[in-house]
Design a protein around this ligand. Structure first.
Ligand code: HEM
Ligand SMILES: *[C@@H]1O[C@H](CO)[C@@H](O)[C@H](O)[C@H]1NC(C)=O
Ligand SMILES: *[C@@H]1O[C@H](CO)[C@@H](O)[C@H](O)[C@H]1NC(C)=O
Length: 323
């Protein structure tokens, strides 16, 4: 082989390596990160999630949403888990926290992990693994989650402006997700997370008033009665199989039964309608695209090295060292 050829091969190998790194966000994350330091990590997470979902299958939605809210605000650093303190109102207590659920599951996992391997497994990794297990146990795809995220030390209610509002249209969602490196297909697939769970009336009431043209009449009637009177705590499911991770969410968008404006807009906008139709026709394709999206989402704005820590208790940042 001539030198030119050798250099070409070297170049191609480098390109390939770079592509593999890019697939992992070129971050410090890796599969089997806790293989030596805390080998039963994934097994413990799965056990606690499984037990929790057996008692309350609706918690799958809560666990998935916690990971999303964590990653979209200041990166995947478990900032969503930090409690407010005297001088600081944390993300948890922002209006956008709206009914986040599943904190107790994360705390239970952390408690067991701390007893087995103290100070090793980050809360941000626990969130990513628990979300993956919840999706799988609800009938969704299984995908491998690289670990090594570090926990952040900042959690500020004001930072939750980074979260998408339920009234955004498709173009704005494409822009917002695009600013984090997501494709339009990633965004539509991730919105499919709404195949699980429920929303409160405040999040979709606007559809009853101003979007009747794109809202199925029988669903409108049903939501109207759910949200009449004092409805501040009333909820409606995103789709008719709200504890099953499946493609029904996209079928319902085609039937104009999307719950939030940000759901229905995906079918109404020419930019995203084709993707909704393919996901509705082929749930396997949705599952595949969802995994791609989750892999990216789980690596948003990671804290590298000394910019992060492994929190001892997920709801409080570690005390400063005493030396
Ligand atoms: C596309 C932009 C998104 C918007 C505007 C949005 C908005 C919302 C809103 C308003 C709720 C209901 C909150 C309540 O009223 O209690 C909700 C619930 C939920 N969201 Fe999203 N979301 C988006 C993307 C996502 C993503 C990417 C995921 C995960 C991959 C996700 C997972 C969930 C889940 C599972 C629930 C149900 C939670 C439960 O039942 O406790 N959402 N979302
Ligand atoms: C979410 O924020 C509201 C205030 O907007 C607060 O009353 C509620 O306790 C918070 N929920 C959690 C789980 O922290
Ligand atoms: C989407 O929303 C943005 C911001 O409110 C607005 O400027 C834009 O015109 C909307 N696009 C469509 C297609 O309605």
């Amino acid at each position: 082989m001539g030198t030119t050829n050798k250099n070409l091969v070297r170049f191609l190998l480098a390109v390939q390596a770079a592509a593999v790194m890019a697939g992992l966000g070129a971050s410090a994350l890796s599969m089997d990160y806790y293989g030596m330091s805390c080998p039963y990590t994934e097994w413990i997470v799965r056990g606690v999630v499984s037990e929790a979902l057996r008692k309350d299958p609706t918690l799958a939605a809560g666990l998935l949403r916690l990971h999303f809210h964590d990653c979209f605000v200041q990166g995947c650093d478990a900032s969503v888990l930090i409690d407010s303190t005297d001088g600081n109102t944390a993300e948890k207590d922002a209006p956008a926290n709206k009914s986040l659920r599943g904190y107790e599951v994360i705390d239970r996992i952390k408690e067991i992990l701390e007893s087995q391997c103290p100070g090793i497994v980050s809360c941000a990794d626990i969130l990513a693994l628990a979300a993956r297990d919840a999706v799988f146990m609800a009938g969704g795809p299984y995908y491998r989650v690289p670990s090594g995220r570090r926990d952040g030390t900042r959690s500020n209610a004001a930072d939750t402006v980074a979260l998408p509002a339920p009234v955004l249209n498709a173009s704005t969602l494409i822009q917002l997700f695009g600013s984090h490196g997501f494709t339009t297909q990633d965004m539509v697939a991730l919105s499919g997370g709404h195949t699980l769970g429920v929303a409160h009336c405040a999040a979709f009431k606007n559809r009853l008033q101003s979007e009747t043209a794109t809202l199925d009449a029988s669903l409108a009637a049903k939501l109207g009665s759910t949200c009449g009177g004092d409805s501040s705590s009333a909820t409606a499911p995103f789709d008719r199989t709200s504890t099953a991770f499946d493609g029904v969410y996209f079928k319902e968008l085609q039937e104009r039964r999307g719950l939030l404006s940000s759901d229905q807009t995906l079918f109404e906008s020419p930019e995203t309608k084709g993707i909704v139709n393919s996901f509705a026709a082929n749930p396997g394709y949705f599952f595949w695209a969802f995994q791609q999206g989750m892999l990216k989402m789980g690596q948003l704005d990671l804290k590298e090295g000394d910019k992060g820590e492994v929190r001892k208790k997920c709801s409080v940042v570690n005390p400063p060292p005493t030396w």
